[in-house]
Every structure is written in C-alpha cells, then in structure tokens.
Ligand binder design. Sequence first.
Ligand SMILES: NC(=O)C1=CN([C@@H]2O[C@H](COP(=O)(O)OP(=O)(O)OC[C@H]3O[C@@H](n4cnc5c(N)ncnc54)[C@H](OP(=O)(O)O)[C@@H]3O)[C@@H](O)[C@H]2O)C=CC1
Ligand SMILES: O=C1O[C@H](COP(=O)(O)O)[C@@H](O)[C@H](O)[C@H]1O
Length: 508
Amino acid sequence: MEATTFVLFGATGDLAKRKIYPALYNLFVDQKLPQSFSVIGLGRRELSDETFQANVEQSLRMFSRREANDPAILKNFLQAFRYSVLDVGRKEDYQKLLQLIEQREEELRLSPNRMFYLSVGPEFFETIAANIQESGLGSANGWKRLVIEKPFGHDLQSARDLNQKLSKAFAEHEIFRIDHYLGKPMVQKLEVLQQSNPVLQALWTNRYIANVQITANETVGVEERAGYYDHVGAVRDMFQNHMLQLLMMLAIHLPNNSTSENVRLNKKMVMESLEPLQKEDVISHIVRGQYGAGTIQGKPVVGYTSEPSIAETSRNDTFIAAKLRIDDYFWRGVPFYIRTGKRMNEKSTRIVIEFKEPFKQSSWANDDSKMPNLLVFEISPNEGITLQLNTRDPQHRGEFKPIQIDFHASGDDVPEAYENLIHDALHGDPTFFAHWDEVELSWKWVQPILEAFEENLVPLHLYAAGTYGPAESDALLAKDGYHWWFDAKPEQEIKNKKGELYAYHPNN
Ligand SMILES: NC(=O)C1=CN([C@@H]2O[C@H](COP(=O)(O)OP(=O)(O)OC[C@H]3O[C@@H](n4cnc5c(N)ncnc54)[C@H](OP(=O)(O)O)[C@@H]3O)[C@@H](O)[C@H]2O)C=CC1
Ligand SMILES: O=C1O[C@H](COP(=O)(O)O)[C@@H](O)[C@H](O)[C@H]1O
C-alpha cells in the first residue's frame, strides 16, 4: 500500500475517539496500514503531540475491539501521530499544516499522498475543502482524497449545493462519502454472496420473492444529540442514507467478477427504478412515529418530548416505515418494506426475504402448519444468515415443521465498519462508499416525504418505547397480507398460524 499522510480534522471529537482511532489501531495490528504512515490530528484546542498520543491511547483502551496492552505495538502505532492546532476558518493554520505535513513527509520519506478525513460538523465541509485547495495542501505530486462524514446535505438542494462546492476542490473519484452501514461486514458480503452463488442469483427475482423487509431497530433514544437529531429525524438520520443503501445493496444484480464501477452503476439503476412518491401518496406509503414513555430492557424511559433539550411541542420523527417498489424486470410487483426507529424493543438490523407460497398449486395449499421460506441476513449486532425451510415433523402426524439452517459469525473476529471503510479509502477502492449519483437520487426520492412531514400531511403516531413502533407500521404490511417477521411477541416466542411455538426470538 502506498505511503500516506492521514490528516484528521476533528481529531479531538467523539467520532475520532470512538471509531477512527480504534479502526486505525486494528488495521495496524493486522498489518493493513501502509508501511510508511503518518497521522496529523487537527482541532482548535491546544495539545502537545504527547498529550494527543496519550488521548489516542486512552480511546483505544476504551473503544478498541482488541485490547491495546502491548507496549511495543502501542509505541510503534502512536509514534505516527502528530497534532496541530487548526481553526477551519483561519487560513494561516492551513499554511502551518502544510509545513508540518511536508516536514513529516521528508522525515519519513513519504510520497505526498494525502487523505483528508473530515470528522467535523457538516457546516465546515465546504470551508475545509476550499481551504485545502487554496493553501496548496492538495496539489502535491501525489494523490489526494477527501473522506467525508454524514450528513451529506439536509435535503435535495442543499446536497446539490454541497456537492458542487466540494467538486471545485476534489474530483468525484477523490471523494469518499462514508455511510458506515456500507462498511458492515454482512452488508459487504451481500455483494459476494450474490455473485458467487448461482442458487441465490436464480432466486433473486419477482418470480420467487414475495416481499423484502429491511429493519434497523435501535433501543437508544436521542441521547445527547438533541441539537442535531431534532432537526433531522429518522428520515434524514437513517432512512435517506443507511436504509436506502441497504435497499440498493440487496436489490442490485451484478455480473460475475464485477468491479466497483459495476456496483455503482447497478446501485444507480436500482435508485432510478424506484417508483417515485408524489407528496399526496406519502400518507399511504409512509408511517411516521415518535416514541412516548415506555420500558426498555426492564427500565422505564421518558418519551421523546421529555428528553433533555427537546421541545415539548416537537413533532420530529423518531420512527419511519415505508413501502417502496422497484419498477424493473427483476423486482416489479415485489414490495420492499423498510423501517427504522429509536427506542424500539431491541437493537437489530436485518433483512428478511420472504419467498412466495411454495405449494400454491398443490394439495398442501391449505395446510396452515407450513411457513414461507425465509432468507434472513442478520447485519448487527450479530452477524448471520439463516434460511428457513419446511420439513415434515414425524412426531406430529407429519405436519410441516420449519427448520433453520444457520451461519453465525463469532463476535471478536468481525472487523468494525470503520476498519473496512478506512482500509478501502487508503486503497482508493470506492466500492463501499456512496457515489454522488446515489446520494442525489436518494435525496430526490425522499424529498416529497420531507415536504409532506413539513406540511403535516402525514400523522405523527406515538408509540411506546420498547415496542416495535406504531401499529400503523404493522398495518402497512397487513394491507398486502404480510407481517413483519421476527418481532418478538411479548413472551418472545414465534408461533405459526396455528399458534404453535416454532422458534424463540433470534436474539434470545
Ligand atoms: N459521533 C458519532 O457517532 C458520529 C458522528 N458522525 C459525524 O462525524 C462528524 C464529527 O462528529 P463528532 O465527532 O461526533 O463531533 P464532535 O462535536 O464530538 O467533534 C467535533 C470536532 O470538530 C472540531 N471542531 C469544531 N469546531 C471547529 C473549528 N471551528 N475548527 C476546527 N475544528 C473544529 C472539534 O475540535 P475542537 O473542539 O478541539 O476544535 C472536534 O474535534 C460530524 O459530521 C457527525 O455528523 C457521523 C456518524 C456518527
Ligand atoms: O448514523 C447513525 O447510525 C446510528 C446507528 O448505527 P448502528 O451501526 O449502531 O446501527 C444511529 O444511532 C445514529 O442516530 C445515526 O446517526
């Protein structure tokens, strides 16, 4: 891998501590960082290099998936780190930064390849990009890349404006827009699984699939992020980016040996084929919710409008469920249901593919003991794939009995999303980053929803914390004769149509 200088804006911030340093450390231990590597951390507060290194070390102790207790490894890792004070608006700070980078490049004999990681608020993205260009930081005789965190815009127009400004300083192939869901190992496997398994390729069509359900449930509430979250809601925070990226990754059809270009083109095609929503259709396709008081894992929690720094009158959405259709050859007629919410019953991100009724034409058609075939991708917190099949149960007069074929990855060996993404950005591999075309098409699809919410054309349903969202979310599927799979019943059991228990909830 080519020698690189990793320039981190926001080096004293929460994301850097919780995700970026642990990811760099784990890549270092796995020998996946360039042999010659320099990190320059930036922030407004004054820190010596030693204090900065000590802070990084502390973040590893708190957040790294691997213990950081080997002094020799730690020393080698931390010696790459330097700190410089930089206020994003102060031009002289960029000159100081340039001098420091050049000095380190000379000391370490690094080629001037520079990766600028913007782990700062979105209000700074444009200014930083412009200053990188103006100061000459990006014009050395090597490559330059810009890694940019979410949110990428607040709506369609602001996203377009931001992109236009960034593109004055960086070309599209130099911009790596982070969507950390694309870094999750199971999401990355979706592409490989489909490409390398003819059995899945054959099934990936409306001929066999009845519906697809994509869920990202969280148990946490708004936490300390009121200032940000109350302006974005679930629709911008999760749906426009992470959930639509999951939809694209699931729905693409890829040629064998596909390249990152194929992935991007196919994702774009999925978004272009999404049936657009008109503002007046939002009410029949989208459910918006907000959590009220309730109980999470046995503990009482307050409702959204009683959370610190949230106005009592807030009508912000903390839950969204949607029904979408992809109007193309493969998916025409297959509804995609998506939901995400805070303060839900459990933390789980999963995709469930429900296959069509297998015995429609057979003499078993009216046998209620059979279940549909399901293919389940558990994305987080546990990673796994389950295929549910029907078999006969000799113990019970030969009724159908679902069996599940399971693969589950073991926790410690699974790299964190940020490890995968930083590794790919260092390699210049854009496959698992959001291309501008996808971002623009996502905002375009979501725009009527934003407007309908703004104009209050859609009711805001309250749901009790610790549930699976408002009843209207269940009704969205029930209208089509479906239900959300794997929502734990109060007693955490899953029963068949005859009311017989056939499985416990997967997270129990
Ligand atoms: N935290 C998270 O879990 C996630 C965060 N993100 C995104 O990552 C980005 C960073 O978030 P997070 O780390 O939580 O934010 P924090 O508020 O914790 O950190 C912000 C960082 O920006 C620096 N900063 C603030 N103002 C300036 C300025 N004028 N000039 C230079 N540096 C400045 C701060 O340093 P100092 O105070 O020293 O100036 C600090 O290092 C945001 O875009 C956020 O949306 C995305 C996903 C998850
Ligand atoms: O981007 C975000 O994602 C997290 C959820 O991520 P996960 O990896 O824990 O599923 C969410 O809590 C946060 O609000 C959002 O900004």
